[in-house]
Write a protein that binds this ligand. Structure first.
Ligand code: CP
Length: 314
């Protein structure tokens, strides 16, 4: 990477990424995945730089993936423990970040329940440190979208002919929001948001995005089917769904997936609730790329971190 390619010091959203920027990051990540799909260790390109994971919401994949990516690049990784930190004594997140920055942290990965919090922090810091959005409320999860797209590209070469169904709780899904922005930029002509009406978004849909309350017609002839978790923690109590009824109607089963293409790939960003949005036979089946998504995420996140930290912004 010889010149700066991302538009800012931060990675907050997929909404304003161009086609070229998305493909640039995927191509950089590809350097660390061999043809058999195995992760290759990079040179320690960010040796001795310090990053901090600040996760104010629970996480397994994203936090650990960033931690592993940082180690592979030679970084020192600080896992800020929110529960034992001085944020519990009333310190603001901005002050916490500024103190850590004063101690030498150059990159912060932030997850927070409040939409827009990582972007707000980025605005306060300017270009003095890099912020990556590790998931903000129901807003965006841009690194997840990039790793999902990397995974799709390994199996489906032409985005301009792709049919993809995203099934489940789209309304509360930051993953779906970031994916829809990026897939639309890549020219995907047919994105179907599938789920019960109360879990479909109110957002204005572009002409390539349609809503489907019926699962079977929603996944019909699709190349990619992604299941999403029902995010009960973001719902009002009176909108919480019956898990058994949901599985009957929207749970991905081998039988229902006969309506997608025979070579369709099955995805899930995790965490999975087996027996609710997906059955184990599908999650662990031959068409599933769910665990590959997590593996490729390490390469994609390394590419984003290298891009942010090796190209100073003026
Ligand atoms: N996909 C994802 O964001 O998983 P975690 O919540 O475990 O980070």
């Amino acid at each position: 990477m010889s010149e700066k390619f991302l538009p800012a010091a931060h990675f907050l959203s997929t909404q304003h990424l161009t086609h070229a920027q998305i493909f640039h990051l995927l191509d950089q990540a590809q350097h660390w995945i061999n043809p058999a799909g195995q992760l290759l260790l990079p040179a320690p390109l960010l040796k001795n730089k310090i990053m901090a994971n600040l996760f104010f919401e629970n996480s397994t994949r994203t936090r650990c993936s960033f931690e592993i990516s940082g180690y592979h690049l030679g970084m020192q990784v600080l896992n800020f423990d929110v529960n034992t930190s001085s944020t519990q004594k009333g310190e603001s997140i901005l002050d916490s970040v500024r103190y850590l920055q004063a101690m030498g942290v150059e990159l912060f990965v932030i997850r927070h329940r409040e939409n827009g919090l990582p972007a707000w922090l980025a605005k306060q810091l300017g270009s003095s440190a890099a912020i990556i959005n590790g998931g903000d409320g129901t807003g965006e999860h841009p690194t997840q979208a990039l790793l999902d797209i990397f995974t799709i590209r390994r199996y489906k070469t032409d985005f301009t002919k792709l049919r993809m169904a995203i099934v489940g709780d789209i309304r509360h899904s930051r993953v779906a929001h970031s994916l829809c922005y990026a897939l639309t930029t890549l020219g995907v002509p047919d994105i179907r948001l599938v789920g019960p009406a109360e879990l479909l978004p109110d957002m204005a849909l572009t002409s390539n995005i349609t809503r489907h309350e019926d699962l079977i017609s929603g996944i019909e002839h699709c190349d990619v089917v992604m299941a999403l978790r029902i995010q009960t923690e973001r719902m009002q109590e009176n909108t919480a769904l019956n898990r058994e009824a949901y599985f009957q109607q929207y749970g991905l089963t081998a039988q229902k997936l006969r309506h997608a293409k025979t070579d369709a790939i099955i995805m899930h960003p995790g965490p999975m609730n087996r027996g609710v949005e997906i059955e184990s036979m599908v999650a662990d089946g031959a068409q599933s790329v769910i665990f590959e998504q997590a593996k490729f995420g390490v390469a994609v996140r390394m590419a984003i971190m290298v891009e942010l930290l090796t190209h100073a912004v003026d």
